[in-house]
Design a protein around this ligand. Structure first.
Ligand code: PAF
Length: 292
């Protein structure tokens, strides 16, 4: 496995981009290249993306870069877990061909000011409390696409809004690659896997389980025939313990991310939420299954 960026200092950082281009240029013509962008602290969710990429593409590149532009001042940029040594071991075992460790000074040189915004999709849900977040995600993902020129890029559906925005950006800008989204991966007890889970105390970890429980409750009530969105959401909210500070809980159309009023008409509904448990902000979502 090639590692680019491990011991590089700021002064020779630009060569990191050249190094990717030269590696890319040497791949046999016609080979597919999968890009798996991450912020590290790799867990099974990330590894499921790598495994899918490994099966479906000839080459797999994984990036690890905690991207500062998607964090607002006061958010958890400095607390974001960083576990590079373990990440490299996991990447090696999962069969990654190249790991690239981004550097802020390389990606955002002095004077950097370009913005990439997918307005409508970015302003709702997580965008309400994190208004600059998706602009930061789009700019770094677009930069990675330009640097690697992958044929495929893999994203997890835990960040459903993120993957929807990236799909839209890719379509709107005619980017020549396929976005592959893969299902969210859960812990055995149901908690959605997230790099941030390690920041939960034992007690908070128990409280956090209520998030997947309420989503599961919405899915099963709907599968049993409940069509009233307001009632489904109200019943679910009442199940959340007081220690959970709910940011949003919604039932949406999967592709437009618009709230649904009438479940009988939608074939592709999803329920999603964001909440704080202690200091840790968590998100989760589940697809609704139509009553038979
Ligand atoms: O999902 C993430 O880990 C990040 O938002 C991403 C896509 C790697 C961009 O920094």
């Amino acid at each position: 496995m090639i590692i680019l960026g491990h011991d590089q200092s700021g002064s020779n950082a630009p060569s990191l981009i050249e190094a990717v281009r030269s590696w890319r240029g040497q791949l046999p013509a016609g080979e597919s290249l999968a890009l798996v962008p991450t912020m590290g602290a790799l867990h099974e969710g990330h590894l499921s993306l790598v495994r899918a990429a490994r099966e479906e593409c000839d080459q797999v590149a994984l990036t690890i870069f905690v991207n500062p532009t998607q964090f607002a001042p006061g958010e958890d940029l400095s607390e974001y877990p960083r576990t590079l040594k373990k990440d490299l071991e996991k990447a090696r075992k999962a069969g990654v061909d190249l790991v690239w460790l981004g550097q802020a000074e390389l990606l955002y040189p002095p004077g950097f000011s370009t913005e990439v915004i997918v307005p409508e999709l970015s302003e709702r849900l997580c965008g309400l409390s994190r208004p600059h977040h998706f602009g930061g995600v789009c700019i770094v993902v677009l930069k990675l696409f330009n640097i690697f020129q992958p044929t495929h890029a893999y994203f997890g559906e835990k960040d459903l809004q993120q993957v929807t925005i990236i799909e839209r950006m890719t379509r709107d800008l005619n980017l020549p690659l396929e976005i592959v989204s893969r299902p969210l991966v859960r812990e055995p007890d149901g908690l959605a896997m997230s790099s941030r889970n390690v920041r939960l105390s034992d007690e908070e970890r128990v409280t956090a389980l209520s998030l997947s429980t309420v989503l599961g409750q919405i899915v099963s009530s709907h599968a049993a025939g409940e069509m009233n969105v307001e009632k489904l959401l109200k019943d679910a909210r009442s199940l959340l313990p007081a220690e959970v500070s709910l940011e949003y809980l919604e039932i949406l159309d999967r592709s437009s991310l618009q709230p649904l009023q009438d479940l009988s008409e939608s074939q592709d509904a999803v329920t999603c939420l964001a909440a704080r448990v202690g200091e840790v902000r968590l998100i989760d979502n589940m697809a609704l299954v139509h009553p038979q």
